[in-house]
Design a protein around this ligand. Structure first.
Ligand code: SF4
Length: 212
């Protein structure tokens, strides 16, 4: 089977198992809320971020409110997400730019997004895919690990993984790739113990039955 056909089959199976609805695991009601939630999600679980943002978005109800936040107070508010000093500093700086330069709107352009403090390609791609429906591949820990298992990249650097995947995955599945692999990575193909025996991709996965 060619690599192209194998990838096509993998995508068809993932679509059938998990559906094709674009969804996100981070609770939000607007683009700027998703941006802040994604900044907070670095080195933190989505579940923890959702607990924190539930109160955080009530306390700071606009971009301007974050832009004017007191650094130490915001650090306390987001403390449990880890790396709170840098995250608080970046959120305030980012929201000041959003307020002053973008009229409280979150830009869609990747170059503009990645110039914002605390926003790397991963966060920028979350915004582009989930808010603007622009084909983009978000590479997080699940995507990197499982894409390597599936033989779609050998790279470990997230940006290099993203470029490999953009070459191999059809554009209409760029957004879904992240969503599918997060779901797979949280249930069957976990980092601790992939359950290859039960995995619906085992016949298409070169990494099946191998150790971690
Ligand atoms: S077959 Fe195993 S390694 Fe491959 S995706 Fe499934 S659980 Fe992961």
């Amino acid at each position: 089977m060619t690599d192209k056909n194998r990838i096509k089959k993998i995508l068809t199976i993932l679509d059938a198992e998990y559906g094709t609805e674009v969804r996100t695991y981070l609770d939000h009601n607007s683009a700027w809320q998703l941006l802040i939630a994604t900044i907070l999600s670095a080195q933190c679980t989505d579940a923890r971020v959702n607990i924190v943002t539930k109160d955080l978005f009530k306390k700071y109800s606009s971009v301007k409110a974050f832009a004017d936040a007191d650094l130490q107070e915001l650090e306390q508010d987001i403390h449990s997400t880890g790396f709170y000093h840098n995250k608080a500093k970046n959120i305030i700086a980012c929201c000041r730019i959003l307020h002053d330069k973008y009229n409280d709107k979150v830009p869609c352009d990747i170059d503009e997004l990645t110039k914002l403090p605390g926003v790397g390609r991963k966060t920028a791609n979350v915004i582009r895919g989930n808010i603007y429906n622009e084909p983009s591949i978000v590479v997080d820990t699940h995507v990197g690990r499982i894409s390597r298992k599936l033989g779609l990249t050998k790279e470990t650097d997230p940006v290099k993984v993203e470029y490999d995947l953009m070459e191999k995955i059809p554009k209409d599945h760029w957004i879904l790739w992240n969503l599918h692999l997060i779901t797979l990575g949280r249930s069957i193909c976990t980092a601790r113990k992939p359950d290859c025996e039960q995995c619906f991709l085992k016949k298409l996965c070169p990494g099946a039955m191998q150790s971690k």
